[in-house]
Structure formats: structure tokens, C-alpha cells
Design a protein around this ligand. Structure first.
Ligand SMILES: NC(=O)c1ccc[n+]([C@@H]2O[C@H](COP(=O)([O-])OP(=O)(O)OC[C@H]3O[C@@H](n4cnc5c(N)ncnc54)[C@H](O)[C@@H]3O)[C@@H](O)[C@H]2O)c1
Length: 335
């Protein structure tokens, strides 16, 4: 198959490309290599893929309408894994426009490319942040996601709505994946795993929000990749029998699907800190802070739908996953 991976220089995009390389596919990856975080880490991820002869990288901005149309016109993609986005809840408070450009205009350009390119399946990243003010745990895709509390979350919810529209109007099979706090080797410097490890190894304090009273459904990157790869082969079908009102908001008459990908068990922030301490062999200096605007106190994925569709449940424990991250971090940065 010919595959497009957007955001290939990113944390998850790199891991998905690495997993699919050498499996007989022709892979094209795009990324605009923006400087939201250290560009040299993005470049290092691309360098890590350089030996994969079946992987080609093109520097391209999702929001470049002509560029995106030309990409889809030139390559006849069978399937698209759309992971590029402006991520980060807190950053969206100060830089709202970049979320509109990358996550709304960019997502539309991907949908248009898939529509005109007759792509057989678009799999795209949504986020657990869409659950917003919903406190009904575990979060299920049939639950309410009408009260986002950050612009980032609102753009991810909008992505799902836009995808549904294209599934309905043009019969484009789309699958949205709500990722839950992904961590692991090659992870993002703006996320807790990375920040905690860096600070603890440097003997500096770590900021612990909501005074440590937070829970996250931390999901190891290999589990996310396994879910993405399996879902890619589960192409949603139209359902003419579907009746609005009789089924949940995660179903449709259109070829449209939505899954949570999370570990399925919330871990308290302090247990996560303890796992980093154990893996680094150092004690954390905790600087307890109030909850940040846009943050939710707890996430917890109901992964039953993913299991029903793919036979897979994420399985890597926080202890194992954190140890693997710390090993990678020490090797990569030589500390
Ligand atoms: N990591 C998580 O915990 C998590 C949780 C929920 C959802 N997600 C979603 O998963 C996807 C991948 O996340 P990630 O953690 O790998 O983030 P990341 O920031 O490491 O990767 C995203 C990549 O997209 C690229 N990009 C951003 N805007 C672009 C644009 N306009 N044009 C082209 N490239 C652009 C960035 O340069 C980056 O390399 C994102 O859609 C994110 O919102 C991630």
C-alpha cells in the first residue's frame, strides 16, 4: 500500500513510520518541522528513519492548501494516517491561531486530499481532551463531549465533526483515535514524562499541578502504535440501517468510526513521579502548584470498543514504560 503519514517528525508519527517501515508499503511522511519544541529532536527522529528505503520525507505545512492538493495529486495514497497537529493544551491559551491553522485548516486540507484522491481509509488523531468537563469515567466514545475546556480540545472535537461530514457526503471512511497521554522513547519535551526526567536528573524541582491530585491514563507509545496499525485495517462501513437516536454519537450511517486508545487504568500523578524516581534512582523535588487552566483532573479510557474492533488492549505498565523512557533519555542525551 502507499501510505501518507502526516506529522512524521513528531513523537507518534516517527514511531508509526518506524513500525510500518520494511513491511512492504511505500510510505510518504510530511511535517513542517515547526519550533513548538526542540527542532533537533524532530530532525533526529527523521534521521532515525533515514535508513528505511521505503520511507520518503517531504517538508510541507498542512495549512498550505496548494501544496497539500499537489501532494495528493502526485501520490495516489491508499490510506492516510493523519497525526500532524498543533498539540498541547496550555500552549493553546497563548497561541490560539496556530491551532486554527494546523488543526482546522490543515485537517480540512487532509480531508479534501483524501476525498479527491479516493483514499480508502483516513485514520486521524483525536484526543482524550475532547471529554473536557465530562466526569463520567471511564470515558467512553458514546459519552458527552460537548464541553471542551481548551481550544486544543475544541479543534480535536471539530476534527471528528469534519471527518463525519466527509464520511457522510463523500463516503470517505474515517476513523478518529482519541489518544490518552502518550509517553515513551522519543517523547515530547513539553510533556510531564520528559520534563520530570530532565529535572530529576538535573537535581531541579518539578512542577506538580493540582498539588499532585491528578490522574492520567498514561499510555505507552508502542501500545498507541499497535492500535493505529490495527485500526488501519478496520475500514468502517456505511450502515443504512442506522437510526439516529437509537445509537450513540460514536456511530453513524456513514463509514465513520471513533475509538479511545488508552491503557484503560488511571495512574495518579504522584505514582507516576514515583515511577520516574525509581527509574532514575533519584528523588524528585516537588513544587506543588494549582491546576492549570485547560487541564482536566482525571482521564480514564474505556477501551472496550477498540478491543471489539481489533482484539487488542494496550498492555504496557507505567513501571515498564517509564523505565524504557528513562533508558532512552539517558542514552539520547548522554546523561
Ligand atoms: N502525545 C499525546 O499524549 C497525545 C495525546 C492526544 C492526542 N495526541 C495527538 O496525536 C498527534 C501526534 O501527537 P505527538 O505527541 O506525536 O505530537 P508532536 O508535536 O510530537 O507531533 C506532531 C507533528 O506534527 C507537526 N506539525 C504540526 N503542525 C503542522 C503543520 N501545520 N503542518 C505539518 N506538520 C505539522 C509537528 O512539527 C510535529 O512534528 C497529534 O494530532 C496530537 O494532537 C497526542
Amino acid at each position: 500500500m502507499k501510505l501518507l503519514i502526516t506529522g512524521m517528525a513528531g513523537f507518534i508519527g516517527h514511531a508509526v513510520a518506524k513500525r510500518l517501515a520494511g513491511k512492504g508499503h511505500e510510505i510518504v511522511g510530511i511535517d513542517n518541522l515547526n519550533d513548538y519544541y526542540d527542532v533537533s529532536l524532530k530532525q533526529a527522529r527523521l534521521d532515525d528513519l533515514a535508513d528505511c528505503k521505503d520511507v520518503q520525507f517531504i517538508r510541507l505545512d498542512l495549512a498550505d492548501r496548494e501544496g497539500m492538493a499537489a501532494l495528493f495529486a502526485e501520490h495516489c495514497f491508499d490510506r492516510v494516517i493523519h497525526l500532524a497537529a498543533q498539540a498541547g493544551v496550555r500552549y493553546s491559551l497563548e497561541n490560539p491561531h496556530v491551532y486554527a491553522d494546523s488543526n482546522l485548516v490543515g485537517h480540512l486540507n487532509v480531508l479534501e486530499g483524501c476525498r479527491h484522491g479516493k483514499v480508502e481509509h483516513l485514520v486521524y488523531a483525536s484526543s482524550s481532551s475532547v471529554y473536557g468537563m465530562n466526569e463520567h469515567v471511564p470515558f467512553a466514545t458514546g459519552g458527552v463531549v460537548d464541553h471542551p475546556i481548551s481550544l486544543y480540545a475544541a479543534t480535536k472535537k471539530a476534527n471528528e465533526l469534519m471527518a463525519h461530514t466527509y464520511s457522510h457526503l463523500y463516503g470517505l471512511p474515517t476513523t478518529g483515535l482519541r489518544f490518552f497521554t502518550v509517553y515513551g522513547p522519543w517523547g515530547r519535551p513539553d510533556m510531564a514524562m520528559f520534563k520530570f526526567t530532565r529535572a530529576i536528573l538535573a537535581g531541579e524541582p518539578i512542577q506538580v499541578f493540582n498539588h499532585g491530585d491528578m490522574q492520567r491514563d498514561f499510555t505507552y507509545v508502542d501500545d498507541i502504535v499497535e492500535g493505529v496499525v490495527r485500526v488501519l485495517d478496520v475500514i468502517p462501513q456505511a450502515d443504512p440501517q442506522w437510526q439516529s437516536g437509537a445509537s450513540g454519537p460514536d456511530t453513524s450511517s456513514a463509514p465513520y468510526a471513533l475509538y479511545n486508545i488508552g491503557h484503560g487504568s488511571p495512574v495518579s500523578l504522584m505514582a507516576f513521579v514515583r515511577a520516574v524516581e525509581a527509574a532514575t534512582g533519584r528523588e524528585a523535588i516537588c513544587d506543588f502548584q494549582p491546576i492549570q487552566p485547560g487541564d482536566v483532573p482525571r482521564t480514564w479510557a474505556d477501551t472496550e470498543a477498540l478491543f471489539q474492533a481489533t482484539g487488542y488492549r494496550p498492555e504496557v505498565s507505567v513501571e515498564v514504560g517509564v523505565r524504557k523512557f528513562v533508558e532512552w533519555y539517558r542514552g539520547f542525551y548522554g546523561v
